[in-house]
Write a protein of this length. Structure first.
Length: 352
């Protein structure tokens, strides 16, 4: 496979995405691959936590928790519960990240081999995916330690500001702003570094892990050698990897805006009508009302998930195809899988 520029790789990636997902088109296969692409590319995988705080309404008084004025007021059993819950969340997060890493290698296998089956790649690259997973864990730990070291001066500054506030007083906003402003470029630089590291790991090093069974050092050395050889093209590629998903996400948002508002409005009206109709009911009528509300809530979630897969699945697949097409021209083992060379011509003539 010949080396293709970062700009020309876009059209090839679109063509490969179309062929992979839509030729032939089967709903079940499309939804499966679209969901896998969404999970492995991380689109829509951010969790949103809503924190609700209690307040007094009318004559209702909500019970308050025990007052904590210092660390000595925290009971040992509370500390044990907090530590146990934190360890459980950490363990679950590690397991989920490991499964996603295995799935990334399986999806890589699907794209390079043009197969819609997930299981073969899941089994084939188990050892490579495990080593790649631990590499990401080590990088994550080092990144966390770096962030902690960078944050320490700011944390100390905020601590001093808030401890200098007199009872019932206000913080010194000038000092707060002076502390916040230097954080902005640092946060932007950290975000850029994380993005570059993600491209280096997933777009350039992962193929070497999968196809060469390379170690972390070997994969990095080979990927870095390619980058050094074509600095300009890799720089343009990185820019495209930033800009193209943003443009595509804006397009998806505009496409979904009106249908999404219509669906959300319809579901809201139905839910409100059901809630009003069954408010104050008891017994079987109350249960029926709950069932209806849950049913329409599930229907709304199913429609939202379907829309996300139908639009986000091709987008996520296109991002991965773009990485493969671009790097395949610089990495022969990958390029020969994406675009197999023609069989060599037979030289000479058969013996008489």
């Amino acid at each position: 496979m010949r080396a293709i520029s970062a700009a020309d790789s876009v059209s090839f990636a679109v063509q490969r995405t179309r062929d992979f997902l839509f030729r032939p088109f089967r709903w079940g296969t499309f939804l499966k691959l679209g969901l896998v692409a969404l999970i492995t590319e991380g689109i829509g995988s951010n969790s949103h936590f809503n924190h609700n705080t209690g307040s007094s309404h009318g004559a209702h008084v909500y019970p308050q928790g025990p007052e904590i004025n210092s660390l000595h007021d925290i009971k040992p059993e509370w500390i044990a519960v907090i530590v146990a819950a934190s360890l459980l969340v950490l363990l679950i997060s590690i397991v989920i990240f490991y499964l996603i890493t295995r799935l990334r290698f399986a999806f890589f296998h699907c794209l390079v081999q043009k197969t819609t089956r997930i299981a073969p790649g899941w089994r084939l690259y188990q050892s490579q995916a495990t080593r790649f997973f631990w590499l990401n864990v080590v990088i994550g730990i080092l990144s966390f330690l770096l962030i902690v070291l960078i944050a320490l001066p700011f944390v100390a500054g905020f601590w001093r500001v808030f401890h200098s506030i007199p009872p019932g007083g206000q913080p010194n906003w000038g000092i707060l702003i002076a502390l916040v402003l230097p954080m902005i470029p640092i946060i932007l630089l950290l975000a850029l570094a994380a993005f570059v590291a993600d491209i280096l790991l997933r777009d350039f090093m992962l193929p070497h892990f999968a196809l060469d069974n390379a170690s972390s050092a070997e994969a990095f050395a080979r990927a870095w050698a390619s980058i050094i050889a074509e600095k300009r093209q890799f720089f343009v590629y990185a820019l495209f990897r930033i800009v193209l998903p943003i443009i595509a996400a804006i397009g998806v948002f505009l496409v979904l805006l009106i249908p999404g508002l219509i669906l959300a409005g319809t579901i809201a009206v139905i839910e409100y009508s059901l809630h009003s109709a069954f408010s104050g009911s008891t017994g079987a009528a109350f249960v029926v009302g709950i069932i209806f509300q849950v049913f329409f809530g599930v229907v709304a979630f199913a429609f939202a998930l379907l829309a996300g897969i139908c639009l986000g699945g091709p987008l996520s697949t296109g991002i991965r195809e773009y990485a493969l097409v671009f790097y395949g021209g610089r990495y022969p083992a990958l390029g020969n899988l994406l675009d197999p060379p023609p069989p060599a011509a037979v030289m000479g003539s058969p013996a008489d």
